[in-house]
Structure formats: C-alpha cells, structure tokens
Design a protein around this ligand. Structure first.
Ligand code: SF4
Length: 367
C-alpha cells in the first residue's frame, strides 16, 4: 500500500498534547458515565487511558457536573475536553475548572458572539478551543439556505466560525463536521480540507452498535484518512468507549498511519483446523491487550498453511492435533501442548515487546 501523504494542517495544543502539523493522528473518546459520578467517570477514564486514548471528552451539563469536572481534573493528567451544549457560561466555567478544551457548537451555543466569548475564556486559560459543528444543530439560517444539513452546509458553518475566530485572533482550535451518513461525512471533510488548514476532528455520529458501528466508522473515517485528512478521530459506538479506542487504532493501523499494541493475525479456520482456534485467538488477544509495542502475533489452525503465516509474524503458533508449534522472528522455537499454547505465546510476545522497548531506548528514540 503506498504511504498516505497527510495534508498540511495547523499545529495546535490541547493540555500538554500537540495535534495537527507533524503530530501523530490523535485518538480520542468520550465517557458515557454520568459525569457527576466522579468515581465511575474516573474509573472509565483510566480504562480509556489503558486502551491508548489520548484525549477524553466528557459531558458537562450542569453545575454539579462542573464541580465533578474539577475533581476529576485533580485525579488525571490526560487532556480533558468539556462537551457543552446551549450554555456558554458553563463552557467558560469548565475552562476555569481545569478543562483543557471545550467542545461547543455555534449552532446551539447562541451564535458567534457567545462562541467568541468562550474563545476569549479559552485564550485566558490557555486552553484549546474546539468548534464542533454537528449535522443535527446547524444554524437556522444555513438550514434555510441549504434545505437540510448537506455537506456544503456543514462546511459553510465551520468555515464561517473558523474565520470569525481567526479574525478575532484565536488560532488554537479544531473543527469537527460530523454527519451520520458515510458518504456525506467524507464529502464534508474533503470540502473543508480544500479550504482550511484548521485541524479536523473526524468521526461519524450515531454510528450504531458494534458491528454496524465498526463497519460504518471504518469506511466513513477510513476514506477520509486515506486522503490524508484528519488530525484526530473518535470512533462512536453504542457501547464501551474503550472499544472505540481499540477500533480507532485498528483503522489507523490498517491504513499504515499509526501503530499501537498487538495485531492478531488469525486464520478463518476450515476443515483442517485441529485445535479450538476461535477460543484460542480470543484468549491470546485478551491476554495481550496490555502491550503498547506494535507486534504481529499469528494464531493459525493447522500445520499445512499455519507455519507460513506464523513465520511472517513476530510471534506465532501453528496448531496441530493437541499441540502447537511456536514461532518467533521467523523461526520455530518449540512445540507445546494445546493447553500451554496461550501461556507460551503470551510469554514470547511479552519478551519480544520488552526487547523492542529496550532497543528503542538504546537508539535514544522515544515512543
Ligand atoms: Fe485452514 Fe490451516 Fe488455513 Fe487455518 S491455516 S484456514 S486451518 S488451512
């Protein structure tokens, strides 16, 4: 696959994190706990961080949530974005409470005057402003002009807001243009990127439950990324937000844009399969979720085609009847019983990840 050339975009900062410019494409998610429940929200943020999430957005809907935001801020370093609808004072107060950024929508926050007031509060606090333009809440005037939230209407709204912010001297912001239609989502991103270097947050709203959500997000986000557009992304799924992060990295990895953690390569199984491969692949995946170093781990069902794939991976197994041949760096290293396959693979993968982390340190490079 040819390397994807990323577009030129402005570099901005959010908390201690850079986004856009030369920075890696940032992965973010949103908590689905009640923000007012500090313990539950904090626990979910920790799980998101373990999954590799780099920016966490949380809904701040009232004064209680605002107070909770302050407490959560004390407990975590990850950049936090307060998601605000309707009340621009809550946006300014969230920044004062320690949010690194706020996500507002000019369509429902009360117009550009209020948007600029929030931008001023962000500039005072050093936070990153994020203008979110969602299809559901376009300005009335634009809805009348375009008839419905078309890609052109979304881009028109986002460009107007961006230009007003820039005219007022604010540059530390990003834009999202999310629609729930895959095709329109792509069209809107392409139109916006042709007109602006403002970092673009990409995603698909209301993508749905796991399987349709993953398929729609992979296509809707993947096509945009394949064109070199998108500086941060959120996969939206109805369910566990930690899965959103996992899917986001899989999309980035599939396009060769960013790698994190273990990639499991497993065969679809067939009449030759001699071990319980489905359960085995699942156990291996669950046991290696903690590794951050990019590694390919092959879990193959037989000794006919299995060894080829297992050799190509960093670590792999080719299953035989009640046994497994373990491969590492292209070489067969041992034969174990079926019951020992998971522990043997996990041990070899962990050792390999550790060796690579050591090599990286020696090279003086950092992750
Ligand atoms: Fe079948 Fe072996 Fe291929 Fe798996 S690797 S699909 S068991 S032939």
């Amino acid at each position: 696959m040819p390397k994807i050339e990323r577009r030129t975009s402005r570099s901005i900062s959010l908390g201690g994190l850079t986004l856009g410019g030369e920075a890696p494409i940032r992965v973010q998610s949103m908590t689905n706990t009640d923000t007012r429940n500090v313990e539950a929200t904090q626990a979910q943020i920790e799980r998101l961080i373990s999954a590799g999430c780099e920016i966490v957005r949380l809904a701040v809907m009232d004064e209680k949530a605002l107070k909770a935001l302050g407490e959560i801020r004390e407990r975590t370093e990850i950049p936090l974005v307060a998601d605000i609808h309707f009340d621009h004072r809550l946006a300014a107060a969230s920044l004062a409470a320690g949010a690194d950024g706020v996500r507002i929508n000019p369509g429902n926050i009360g117009g550009m005057g209020k948007t600029l007031a929030v931008a001023e509060a962000a500039a005072r606090s050093g936070g990153c402003r994020w203008v979110g333009v969602n299809a559901g809440s376009l300005e009335k005037e634009l809805l009348e002009k375009y008839g419905r939230p078309t890609p052109e209407a979304l881009v028109d709204s986002a460009l107007r807001a961006s230009r007003e912010l820039e005219r007022a001297g604010f540059f530390n912001f990003k834009v999202s243009l999310k629609s729930s239609s895959v095709e329109e989502n792509i069209e809107a991103a392409v139109l916006f990127a042709a007109e602006s270097e403002v970092p673009l947050h990409i995603g698909l709203t209301e993508a749905g439950p796991l399987i349709p959500g993953v398929v729609k997000s992979s296509l809707g986000i993947g096509f945009i990324l394949a064109r070199g557009i998108g500086e941060t992304l959120r996969v939206s799924l109805t369910g566990d937000p930690a899965l959103e992060v996992k899917v986001a990295y899989e999309i980035l990895r599939a396009l060769g844009l960013r790698e994190r953690g273990v990639e499991i390569i497993s065969c679809p199984t067939c009449g030759r399969t001699e071990i319980d491969l489905v359960a085995l692949a699942e156990k291996v995946e669950n046991s290696l979720g903690h590794l951050e170093t990019p590694l390919k781990v092959a879990v193959m069902g037989c000794v006919v085609n299995g060894p080829g794939e297992a050799r190509e991976a960093d670590v792999g197994v080719a299953g035989g009847r009640g046994t497994g041949l373990i491969f590492k760096r292209g070489r067969k290293i041992k034969k174990v019983s079926e019951e020992e396959i998971v522990s043997a693979l996990v041990a070899e993968a962990e050792a390999e990840a550790e060796a690579r982390a050591g090599d990286k340190d020696k090279d003086g490079r950092s992750g």
